[in-house]
Design a protein around this ligand. Structure first.
Ligand code: SAM
Length: 262
């Protein structure tokens, strides 16, 4: 798997690629990351990569030509002597599809992509129309550049690679994963058992695995129902909620209605 990152700020990536649990994926080349300084593909002594926006208005727009040249060099390098399949070209933009677990799983199972990090007001639309195959948003807010979005994608993809997390099973029990039927994770506690007057739920200290699992499932259902009812609806539509799950959700709903009446 190889990600080619096109950016005006390659230095933002280095600390991230050498720290934390995902470092192993990047250092071993399991997830190969190659950084491309867009300015190297610009013309003239100023190495200009942006210009004013046609039609007027504030801010600058990234030029299409340096981006196209950079992508051509990356494609040639990736293809090598053989004709390689077309590599996806993903642009980070608020106009893209919001990144979610399903999309991360797809990228994690693929062979990588060319990732374009925008800056300024964005990039010349003609480059988008001609080259970009995927548009990815990190959420409904505006960043100063696509680098943080690229880092978010790299991190999420790297931790799904086999052997990257210390405990291979741990990502499977994270929020949104199929082992949780796409629901949110339950709360976690660690030592000390009593912290500033707050105790750990007794069941977690009981050593009774079935009861602990039961408690975790109920907490997961409760948290998801409160924060993300859409995920409950999706699990229900996929037939992934058991009769016990439904009974718990019904009882919780009735309790809520009862409290509202008081
Ligand atoms: N004028 C653009 C707009 O209003 O949609 C915002 C440009 S933003 C200042 C500069 C760059 O940051 C964008 O080209 C994009 O690459 C990146 N960016 C900003 N917000 C983003 C988001 N929510 N998700 C992904 N990338 C984002």
């Amino acid at each position: 798997m190889r990600f080619d990152i096109v950016t005006l700020f390659p230095e933002l990536f280095a600390p991230f690629l050498t720290a934390g649990v995902t470092r192993r994926a990047f250092e071993s080349g399991q997830v190969e990351v190659k950084l491309w300084q867009l300015r190297d593909f610009a013309e003239g002594s100023y190495r200009r990569v942006d210009d004013r926006t046609f039609g007027g208005g504030p801010g600058m727009v990234m030029l299409a030509e340096p981006l196209a040249r950079c992508v051509a060099v990356i494609r040639a390098e990736r293809a090598g002597p053989q004709q390689a399949p077309e590599v996806p070209v993903a642009l980070f933009t608020p106009a893209g599809r919001k990144l979610d677990h399903g999309a991360v799983e797809q990228w994690a199972a693929g062979s990588g992509a060319i990732l374009i990090c925008g800056r300024y007001e964005g990039i010349d639309q003609r480059f988008v129309d001609m080259y970009v195959t995927h548009q990815i948003s990190l959420g409904d807010f505006v960043l100063s550049g696509g680098e943080l979005a690229a880092l978010a994608l790299l991190d999420a993809v790297a931790r799904l690679q086999p052997g990257v997390l210390h405990d291979a099973a741990s990502s499977q029990f994270d929020s949104f994963n199929s082992a949780l039927n796409g629901l949110l994770d339950s709360p976690h506690y660690t030592r000390p058992e009593m912290w500033r007057g707050a105790s750990v739920p007794d069941v977690l200290l009981s050593g009774h695995h079935a009861r602990i699992e039961h408690w975790r499932r109920e907490r997961s259902l409760a948290i998801t129902a409160a924060a993300r009812p859409d995920l409950i609806a999706a699990a229900r539509a996929a037939g992934q909620l058991t009769a016990d799950d439904e009974a718990y959700l019904n009882a919780a709903e009735n309790r809520k209605k009862g409290q509202a009446r008081i």
